[in-house]
Design a protein around this ligand. Sequence first.
Ligand code: FAD
Length: 294
Amino acid sequence: MSSLRNFTTMKVGGDPECLIELKKTPHPIWAELPRPIRILGNGSNTLIDDVGLKGTVVVTRDSGLADPAILETSEKGVHVRASSGIFLPRLCRWAARQGLTGLEYMIGVPGTLGGAVVLNAGANGQEAKDSVMAVRGIDLQTGQPFEWVAKDLDWSYRHSRFCHSPDQYWIESVDLLLQPLDSALVDARIEENLLYRKTKTPYQKPSLGSVFTRLPHGDQWYYPGQLIEEVGLKGHRIGDAQVSDVHANYIVNVGQARFEDVIALIKLIENKVLSEKGLTMRREILIWTDRSMI
Ligand SMILES: Cc1cc2nc3c(=O)[nH]c(=O)nc-3n(C[C@H](O)[C@H](O)[C@H](O)COP(=O)(O)OP(=O)(O)OC[C@H]3O[C@@H](n4cnc5c(N)ncnc54)[C@H](O)[C@@H]3O)c2cc1C
């Protein structure tokens, strides 16, 4: 059960030297854990090597966490604090029940709040940065607590300050500023998002969501799914890793995909798009390996 394949949505990954689940060990002695320490939310954006990893993987996702707390209501909005390990669709439904808007995009994003902050996750015109007020946690290098407000977080598309120094910070909780809205209207937005996503997302098979980010093209974008289709790789399979035939920017695990299969498929896409289109793809997913093969 310690295999990390059980802790990612791609169902790929081996054993770490040390595995800590915060739901079982809520107060680890950080200084004593084997290094590096990697923090894993729901593993929905992270491809993990199946030969295993040195150091510690700390899993934050916990379905037993308490509901978020409402700290204050003012003319600016409703100030909410949530644990980083909360599952995004659960947080989204909670906000709807409270009559709060701002998190409807989370319904189709199978990650945790910590992962959403790190990657500035977004969908349907909303992003994490739109609602995050502040983030608290621990600097794992110094052992000191930190608290940063939104303007310190260096947000951009699928990026935050945490991307500069992976493995350095554990985000413990996130403060959000949400706006009041009738629950029925929030629910309607959630259902609309779900309906839209169901037709475009291969939810039935294990994946990591979009593998590549869109690429700037003047004041427009190149969309990776379209590029992958144009170079003829939609549906292409290496071992049990396959470019989804629902959405070509997803790689799905159609059986027992190995880490190396997924890497080979990613590299094939990158090489073909570069040689046929002259474009360098940018990876949205993160890759955890101690090998120098990526
Ligand atoms: C079917 C599917 C659909 C998806 N749709 C979308 C979408 O529409 N939009 C979108 O933006 N993404 C989407 N994703 C990708 C993914 O769900 C998001 O990026 C999500 O925010 C990742 O959260 P996670 O908890 O799974 O992160 P993980 O993959 O576990 O971790 C991602 C990064 O965050 C760090 N991290 C996680 N938690 C913490 C913490 N508490 N403290 C410090 N660092 C932490 C990790 O170290 C890692 O660097 C999709 C994925 C799937 C499988």
